[in-house]
Design a protein around this ligand. Structure first.
Ligand SMILES: [Mn+2]
Length: 359
C-alpha cells in the first residue's frame, strides 16, 4: 500500500508539493492536467514536465486522477471511436512516464455533485454537504452555477465550462436512452481500451458515482455492490478495476463498505482508494466529516482492516477534507484536514498490520 495525496499542477492548487512532502508517510501524488479539453490526447511533453516537477519535490507520480471520458463515448455516438483512439493514446503516454494507475469515471453528464461547498459545521469548520431535496428543487443550470460559482476560483475537475453548455440537452438524451444500451456503450469502451491498459501496464480504476443517488433521471454506473459486480463482469481483465471511494459509496447507508472492499480487493480488482467519512442527517442528506470514525457514519477501522486483511497493494489517498484553521483552498482539497486524515489512516494501517503479525 502506498499513501498518496491529490495535487493540482500549474498554480491551480493552494497546496504545494513541498508541503505535501512534509506529511509523514506520503510517497507521491495523484495529479492531472486540468487544461486539456475532454476527448483530446494528453501530450507526452506536458506529462514529462509534470513528472519532473513532482519527482523534483521528492514525490512519485504513479497515479493520474482523472482523464475524463468524452460524453460521445457514454452516449454511444459514431464519433466515439475517435475519442476512444485518443484515450488509448493518452494511456500510452501515461505509461511512458511511469504511471501505474488511472482513476476515471463514467458518470453521464454530471460528475460529483454537492448542494453546498462550504457548509458550516458546529466546530467552526466548513465542509461540503449534499441535500437531496435541495438538489431536486434546482434545474441542471442552477446546480452547475452553485458548483462553479463557489469554487473560490480553482478549477473543479468534472465541472469544466465546456461540458456545462450542453448539460440540459445531454440529460434529455439519457432520459430516453434504454439503460441496457447505456451499459453496452460502457462495455464497448472497456473492450476497446482495456487491452491497451494491459499492454501499457496502466490499471484502470473507475470511481463510484458521487452521490450514489439518481438525479434528473440519469443512469447510475457504480453506486452499490450489484452495479460494481455488473461493471466488472463487462470485461474480466484485472486492468478493468476500481477506485473504492468510501465517501461516495458511503453516501448510501445501505452500502456495507467493509463487505464491498473485501469482495473486490480479494479478487484483485481494486487499485486505488479514496478514504473519507460522511455524516448523515437523514437517508439522502449528509455532510462530509473528519476522517476519524466517531466524526461520521463510517467505521474507518473496519474499512482499513478490510483493505489490509485482503492483501491490498494499491494506492490510498485521504479524500475530501474540511476547511479548518482558517485555510482558503479548493473545496475539499485543503492541506490541513487531509494531512490529519492521511496520518490517521496510516496509524490505523500500522496498528492493524502489526497486530496481524503477532497473531
Ligand atoms: Mn472520491
Amino acid at each position: 500500500m502506498k499513501m498518496i495525496f491529490r495535487w493540482f499542477p500549474g498554480g491551480d492548487d493552494s497546496v504545494t508539493l513541498e508541503q505535501i512532502r512534509q506529511i509523514p508517510g506520503i510517497t507521491g501524488v495523484a495529479a492531472m492536467l486540468t487544461d486539456i479539453p475532454v476527448g483530446e490526447v494528453w501530450p507526452l511533453d506536458r506529462l514529462i514536465k509534470l513528472r519532473e516537477e513532482v519527482n523534483a519535490a521528492g514525490l512519485e507520480l504513479e497515479v493520474i486522477e482523472s482523464i475524463n471520458v468524452h460524453e460521445d463515448i457514454k452516449k454511444g455516438l459514431p464519433s466515439r471511436d475517435k475519442y476512444i483512439e485518443n484515450y488509448i493514446k493518452s494511456i500510452e503516454n501515461l505509461s511512458k512516464i511511469g504511471v501505474k494507475c488511472l482513476c476515471y469515471n463514467l458518470m453521464p453528464v454530471m460528475d460529483w455533485l454537492r448542494s453546498e461547498l462550504a457548509y458550516p459545521l458546529k466546530d467552526g469548520s466548513t465542509a461540503m454537504a449534499y441535500n437531496h431535496e435541495e438538489v431536486l428543487k434546482l434545474n441542471p443550470a442552477a446546480v452547475a452555477n452553485e458548483m462553479i460559482g463557489n469554487s473560490k476560483g480553482f478549477s473543479l475537475p468534472g465541472w469544466e465550462p465546456e461540458r456545462m453548455g450542453v448539460m440540459s440537452a445531454d440529460i434529455e438524451f439519457y432520459q430516453s436512452l434504454p439503460e441496457e444500451q447505456f451499459w453496452s456503450n460502457l462495455k464497448y469502451f472497456l473492450d476497446a481500451v482495456i487491452p491497451y491498459a494491459e499492454k501499457y501496464d496502466v490499471k484502470m480504476a473507475i470511481h463510484p458515482d458521487d452521490p450514489p443517488f439518481s438525479i434528473f433521471g440519469l443512469p447510475k454506473v457504480i453506486n452499490n455492490i450489484d452495479k460494481i459486480r455488473k461493471f466488472l463482469s463487462l470485461n474480466s481483465s484485472p486492468y478493468n478495476g476500481l477506485t473504492i471511494c468510501t465517501g461516495s459509496l458511503g453516501g448510501d447507508l445501505s452500502n456495507d463498505l467493509p463487505a464491498i472492499i473485501s469482495e473486490f480487493v480479494s479478487q484483485g480488482r481494486v487499485h486505488f482508494a479514496h478514504i473519507r467519512n460522511v455524516k448523515h442527517s437523514s437517508e439522502k442528506n449528509f455532510t462530509e466529516s473528519a476522517h476519524y470514525s466517531p466524526c461520521g457514519d463510517l467505521d474507518m477501522y473496519e474499512i482499513v482492516k478490510a483493505f489490509h486483511d485482503n492483501g491490498f497493494t494499491g494506492y490510498i489517498r485521504p479524500d475530501h477534507g474540511r476547511m479548518i484553521w482558517g485555510e482558503q483552498a479548493r473545496p475539499g482539497y485543503g492541506l490541513y484536514d487531509r494531512a490529519l486524515g492521511a496520518n490517521y489512516l496510516l496509524g490505523l494501517w500500522e496498528a492493524i498490520h502489526k497486530s496481524s503479525q503477532k497473531r
